[in-house]
Design a protein around this ligand. Structure first.
Ligand code: NAX
Length: 335
């Protein structure tokens, strides 16, 4: 008898007609995250003005005749987009437009992620895993999670993985070693130019990374290169990172589901709980190990004075972001 086909899983992608969405949905539909045996249904959310573009994306997805893709749900309604979904990639957000202050950008996006958090709370699977990519990703994850009180905070995370992957590839080029031989890198804090790519615990080919790279290069070049990499891509390409961001989103979700290798970790934005002196109330980039579908902050890493000062800087920025949208958090919120 042929084996019973697996039940399709439902995956939501917001901003599905945007740059990252366009790079992400085809990889999902081809089985890049869940493998060649797992059928899926894609729920694609866009704003009303982008529905014509979204219908084009839907046509192309259909034209690929992906064997795994069982159905498509293109919509501009958050309730429909998150109905019964097992995984959600929250990519869509409002870009900064001319004359817009940073605090205004925070607030328009806060409104979007508030509505999406509420819709996830009402409609998503009770086991849903949510990855926030749209910027400001850490604070948007905070807002979405706080507006989904029936889901656990640990069902939400924000993306630091592109910064993590950028750090790995810079080390790969510098030290001429395979990426697979680089371990225990962390990018702490905010997905912004205050983030702290940390090599203090990193190992390259089983030896401490800081024995193999010059500490001045680490502090003055590597950290700034990772922090400014997004801007460098925009300058070169005339558009922001899209395929690398989609790839990082898949890496993030894959490790969350399948687990990280023993004694290694990845960088994920997760709800702070006091670890490493970061008080609850923000989503912070941490070293995270994943086991059995759960993510846990890696405990007990010693931090140098330098690391502490870098972490304090990015922590301050995240707290300021949170203070700028605090009135949009529900009254019972812990933030
Ligand atoms: P695009 O502007 O190409 O696409 C965004 C899409 O979101 C648009 O199609 C827009 O119509 C849609 N959208 C806006 N509001 C929406 C809403 N309320 N519901 C559903 N869809 C909505 O941007 P793209 O290059 O795809 O980037 C998407 C987001 O990812 C941006 O906020 C960007 O800054 C952020 N990034 C985050 C990264 C990270 O590491 N966390 C890295 C890459 C990227 O910069």
């Amino acid at each position: 008898m042929p084996p019973t086909p697996a039940k399709p899983i439902r995956i939501a992608v917001t901003g599905a007609a945007g740059n990252i969405g366009y790079a992400l949905v085809f990889r999902l539909a081809s089985g890049a995250l869940f493998g060649p045996e797992q059928p899926l249904i894609l729920h694609l959310l866009e704003i009303p003005q982008a529905l014509p573009a979204l219908s084009g994306v839907a046509m192309e997805l259909t034209d690929c005749a992906f064997p795994l893709l069982q159905d498509l749900v293109p919509t501009d309604q958050a309730m429909q987009a998150f109905d019964g979904v097992d995984y959600a990639f929250l990519v869509g957000s409002r870009p900064r437009t001319q004359g817009m202050e940073r605090k205004d950008l925070l607030r328009v996006n806060a409104e979007i992620f508030k509505i999406q958090g509420q819709a996830l709370n009402e409609r998503a699977s009770r086991q849903v895993r949510v990855l926030v990519v749209g910027n400001p990703a850490n604070t948007n994850a905070l807002i979405a999670s706080q507006n989904a009180p029936d889901l656990g905070e640990n069902q939400f995370s924000s993306m630091m993985r592109l910064d993590h992957n950028r750090t790995l590839s810079i080390l790969h080029e510098k030290c001429r070693v395979p990426v697979s031989s680089i371990h225990q890198v962390t990018v702490w804090g905010n997905h912004s130019s205050t983030q702290f790519p940390d090599l203090e615990h990193a190992r390259i080919a089983d030896r401490p990374a800081l024995d193999q790279v010059d500490s001045t290069w680490y502090r003055n070049t590597l950290i700034a290169t990772v922090q400014q990499r997004g801007a460098a891509v925009i300058k070169a390409r005339g558009a922001s990172s899209a395929a690398s961001a989609a790839s990082a989103a898949l890496d993030h979700m894959r490790d969350w589901i399948a687990g990280t290798p023993k004694e290694d970790w990845v960088s994920m934005g997760v709800a702070a709980n006091g670890d490493y002196g970061i008080e609850p109330g923000i989503f912070f980039g941490y070293p995270v190990a994943c086991r059995n579908g759960h993510h846990d902050i890696v405990q007990g890493l010693a931090l140098s004075e330098f690391a502490r000062s870098q972490i304090a800087l990015t922590n301050r920025e995240l707290r300021e972001e949170r203070d700028g949208i605090r009135d949009l958090l529900p009254p019972s919120s812990r933030a």
